[in-house]
Design a protein around this ligand. Structure first.
Ligand code: AP5
Length: 183
C-alpha cells in the first residue's frame, strides 16, 4: 500500500505517518526529515537548502525530488510507503507520478489532514524546531495555502481524496485514518 499524506505545516502529518507506517509495515518517507538530515550532515544539497528552509520557503523541486526518489527506490520501500511533506507543488505531484509509474506503482490513498491555522501555530510553538517561530510558521502556512490548491486539483483528477479532521487528539485522528486505510 502506498499513501500520500497532505496537510498544512503542523497538521500532524509526521505524527500520523509514523503510526501508519508502523501499523501497516510501510516505509515512512518525510521530505522534511530527508532535508533536515541533509542539512545536519552538510551534504551538497543540505548546504544549498539550509537558509531557504530557515526562512520557511520551499526548496527547489529538483533537490527534494532527488532525495525522495532515492528513498522510494530503496529495497525497504518495496512493501509499501507513506509519503509525508511531498508533493508540495503541482510540478512535484507530476514528478512523483513519473517516478512511481516507472517503478510500476500507484498511489493507493491520498489523505488530507484538515487543521485551522491557529491550532498549527499553537502546536508548533510547543515543539521548538528552527523553523517553528510564529512568524516563520505563518510564512509556511501562506506558502502552503498558495501551493496546495493545484496539488489537490492534480490528485482529484486521478484519485479519491480522503479528508480527515486533524484538529482532534492524536489518537482520535489515528483512529479515523486507520478506518480510511482499513488498518
Ligand atoms: P516539513 O518538515 O515537511 O514541515 P511541514 O509540512 O511544515 O510540517 P511539520 O513537520 O511542521 O508538521 P507535520 O504536519 O508533520 O506535523 P507534526 O506531526 O510534526 O517541511 C519543513 C521545510 O522543509 C519546509 O518549510 C520547506 O522549506 C522544506 N520542504 C519539505 N518538503 C518540501 C517539499 N516537498 N518541497 C519543497 N520544500 C520542502 O506535528 C506538529 C506538532 O504538533 C508536533 O509537536 C506534534 O507532536 C503535535 N501534534 C501532532 N498531531 C497533534 C494532535 N492531533 N493534537 C495535538 N498535537 C499534535
Amino acid at each position: 500500500m502506498n499513501v500520500v499524506v497532505l496537510g498544512a505545516p503542523g497538521s500532524g502529518k509526521g505524527t500520523q505517518a509514523a503510526r501508519i507506517a508502523a501499523k501497516g509495515g510501510l516505509k515512512h518517507v518525510s521530505s522534511g526529515d530527508l532535508l533536515r538530515a541533509a542539512v545536519e550532515n552538510k551534504t551538497e544539497i543540505g548546504q544549498q537548502v539550509a537558509s531557504i528552509m530557515a526562512k520557511g520557503h520551499l526548496v527547489p523541486d529538483e533537490k527534494v525530488l532527488a532525495l525522495v526518489t532515492e528513498a522510494l527506490s530503496q529495497e525497504d520501500a518495496r512493501s509499501g510507503w507513506i509519503l509525508d511533506g511531498y508533493p508540495r507543488t503541482a510540478d512535484q505531484a507530476e514528478a512523483l507520478e513519473d517516478v512511481i509509474s516507472t517503478n510500476r506503482e500507484t498511489v493507493d490513498f491520498v489523505l488530507v489532514l484538515d487543521v485551522d491555522d491557529e491550532t498549527v501555530v499553537e502546536r508548533t510553538a510547543g515543539r521548538g524546531r528552527d523553523d517553528d517561530g510564529p512568524d516563520i510558521v505563518r510564512k509556511r502556512l501562506r506558502v502552503f495555502s498558495e501551493e496546495m490548491a493545484p496539488v489537490l486539483e492534480f490528485y482529484e483528477l486521478r484519485y479519491d481524496i480522503h479528508n480527515v479532521d486533524g484538529s482532534r487528539s492524536v489518537d482520535e485522528v489515528t483512529e479515523s485514518v486507520y478506518g480510511v486505510l482499513g488498518l
